[in-house]
Design a protein around this ligand. Structure first.
Ligand code: TRP
Length: 464
């Protein structure tokens, strides 16, 4: 993560850089791997009929995600500023900075629902520690999915506790962001990310022994092209951008902290393959278990996969409480490193644009989050009548922002980089000003110039 001198220094010369290459990758993977990859991905697979979704998702990551990621890194490192500042600096007399502004707004909107789900994970962590998660409910079979469903409803849909947990997570993020203790987070992601992988491998090992394994693997892995619909495509596109933290300036911001000699290509490959790996492991964990416990079916809401199915798996393993604590602890950490990266976009914007001290910029961003997250949280359970365009506020933010704002932002950015940016910007960034032999420079430039805008525009049209 960023060095602490970022706190009070806004001049480009004093701009912070990441400490080490490992730290830089850990921080970027920390941003990418979060609720989107662990919680939202299996939900999307479930909603879109399984393997068809996985296939389109992988294609989106390879063909669109990696080039767009390289585009964001390049813009950030070339412009050395917040997403609006980058466009202002690179093309001063043009309105491209509006693209940066769109990113900042999208980040803000997404943060409000992201914080709510982070609050849920915190509540699950606390309930795992207290043991309440596994305490029987009157009238429901102990350890059954109906029992865990009842628990989920009581945790998530009650008017009070999710609001409180969301508020707590807001405070934790604010604290970390204010201290600018990026070193703490960097170190934490260095430890937590490998732990997350190790734990996931153990869970995969367990679920691959379950009787529903074959049905689960078939559902998740066996391609069925007939199931690919326009819905699948737009969901996969949104999910690819969401899970790689693309389309709203997060990686422009992080790119602006990359040192001059960071090889952007290698970094993008590491980040996207690790993210893809986490997503696939998650599918290998969830779907065999879903089939084993007979939880599949239209009525089963995707959100419940992590909050109901996983606890059910844990309850069938020795020491369920321990597994639940470990899993939800890691999920909280994964979510926090992502929250921070989303908030950072808006914070750096305010800090760089309006010259506010970092502390004040953090407060300016986080305080309005309190009412926003409260509305969002209430709309999922206690006050379902709160609606935007006929959808719950939460769903609206989740689907609209993800499926349209992120790809829309990425589309405009590709158009800019391909056709309007200063000549040689992308080439210079990908080759570190000619010091690096990067064979992929030309293919990536062509992808960004032609294929990405075309494909994204097509998918957006198909999806609407
Ligand atoms: N990628 C994160 C996740 O999967 C969420 C996230 C962080 C994000 N920064 C972002 C999503 C920027 C979209 C854009 O949980």
């Amino acid at each position: 993560m960023k060095k602490d001198n970022n706190n009070n220094n806004s001049s480009p010369k004093g701009r912070a850089t990441f400490g080490s290459r490992i730290g830089l990758i850990a921080a970027t993977v920390g941003s990418a791997v979060g609720l989107g990859t662990i919680w939202r991905f299996p939900a999307m697979v479930q909603r879109n009929g399984g393997s068809a979704f996985l296939l389109v998702y992988i294609l989106c990551v390879l063909l669109l995600g990696i080039p767009v990621m390289l585009g964001e890194f390049s813009l950030g490192r070339a412009g050395q500023s917040d997403p609006v500042g980058v466009f202002r600096k690179l093309s001063p007399k043009r309105p491209w900075w509006l693209v940066g502004l769109l990113g900042v707004v999208a980040a803000y909107v997404i943060l409000s629902f992201y914080m709510v789900v982070t609050g849920w994970t915190a509540e699950y962590l606390v309930q795992s520690v207290t043991g309440d998660l596994f305490r029987p409910v009157d009238g429901l079979e102990a350890g059954s999915s109906s029992m865990f469903l009842a628990k989920m409803n009581s945790y998530i849909s009650s008017p009070v506790s999710p609001v409180i947990y969301t508020f707590i997570m807001l405070c934790v993020s604010t604290g970390i962001l204010m201290l600018g203790v990026q070193k703490g987070i960097e170190r934490m992601s260095n430890i937590m990310m490998p732990m997350l992988f190790a734990l996931m491998l153990i869970f995969v090992f367990v679920t691959l022994q379950m009787p529903g394994r074959d049905a689960g693997l078939e559902f998740f892995l066996k391609p069925d092209f007939s199931k690919i619909t326009s819905r699948t495509c737009i969901d996969a596109l949104g999910q690819a951008f969401f899970s790689l933290s693309l389309g709203m300036g997060t990686l422009i911001t992080y790119g602006s902290y990359f040192p001059k000699n960071t090889p952007l290509g290698k970094t993008a490959i590491s980040v996207s393959s690790l993210t893809l790996l986490v997503a696939i492991l998650m599918g290998l964990i969830i779907f065999p278990a879903v089939m084993t416990f007979g939880l599949q079916g239209e009525s089963f809401d995707g959100a419940a996969l992590v909050f109901v199915t996983l606890p059910e798996i844990f309850s069938r393993m020795p020491a369920p409480g321990l597994w639940a604590i470990l899993f939800f602890l890691l999920l909280v950490v994964a979510a926090l490193t992502s929250c921070i990266s989303i908030a950072e976009v808006a914070i750096v914007f305010i800090h760089d644009r309006f010259g506010l001290k970092r502390r004040n910029a953090v407060l300016a961003v986080m305080i309005p989050m309190i009412p926003l997250t409260t509305i969002c949280s209430l709309s999922t359970g206690a006050l379902p009548e709160l609606k935007i365009l006929g959808q719950s506020v939460f769903n609206f933010l989740d689907t609209f922002a993800t499926n349209y704002l992120l790809p829309g932002g990425a589309l405009l950015m590709c158009l800019y980089l391909g056709w309007f940016a200063p000549k040689g910007l992308l080439r210079n960034q990908l080759t570190n000003n000619g010091t690096l032999r990067a064979w992929y420079t030309t293919p990536i430039r062509l992808l960004i110039k032609y294929l990405c805008p075309l494909l994204i525009a097509m998918l957006l049209l198909v999806g609407s």
